[in-house]
Design a protein around this ligand. Sequence first.
Ligand code: ATR
Length: 281
Amino acid sequence: MTITSRTEKIGLIGHPVGHSKSPEIMNDAFQEQKLPFAYLAFDVAPENLRDAVGGLKALGFKGWNVTIPHKVAIMDLLDELEESAREIGAVNMVINRDGIMIGTNTDGEGYIQSLRQDIQLDPRGARVVLLGAGGAARAVGHALAAAGASRITVVNRTEAKGQKLASHLNRLTEADWTTMDRLQEPLSTATLLVQTTSVGMVPREEDCPIDPALLHRDLVVSDLIYHPRQTRLLREAKIRGARIHSGLGMLVHQAALAYERWTGEKAPVERMYKTLSKALE
Ligand code: ATR
């Protein structure tokens, strides 16, 4: 589709942004659906964030994605925050509604959609062990609690952060925290293990965040890392008969939800998967 003066503009701001696959996924989907939209990535240093937000608004961008390191800092620069952004404490997309800048977050809901649509798992009643307590864990933990998970046990290297996330989630469901060396008990009765830390990410690809002997066949093991190849955790889980779920799903579905908010059209999810897999090769 040719870019014209009437093309709707969508941005991405982060620092860096060179690794992001979002421009490929979004532009391919716009073209496939023949929508007059274009998606552009901008590398914005933290000291330029305020100017960049003013610039995107002045230039009439219909919205933009927000990635590291701006997801928290941008919250003070917007006109409104939707509940998802307030609960998660971070913004991953902005909608420009007639000059009002609204921050929201599709990461958690994207994760739930991926569980439901990609592996047919309804989180209602799930007993969850959540590894990590950073931004991704907050998004996923909140969405699982809101979707009816019956128990969430948080385990994190820095225990105080794990404790803080558990007490936040405790308002929505039964949530507690434990230490790595006490993982056996909550994991033995868990139905879903979600790994949100960077352990297993390049260059530590062969690291496994927990002792593989604790994995069992009644678990769904979900690793937010999105290698084109499976992480060691997922491989170990599969060997032990568990069902596995990779981070590609959350990435695609958070993008699909953003696409739908900006365009008002249903996102071509299958196509987005294909584009992402190809871009990661
Ligand atoms: P993200 O937004 O991707 O969640 P983050 O907010 O920086 O990133 O959080 C990273 C998570 O990975 C944290 O839970 C972190 O543990 P700490 O709170 O102890 O820092 C976890 N993490 C990172 N490297 C780790 C490692 N080598 N071992 C265990 N946990 C690790």
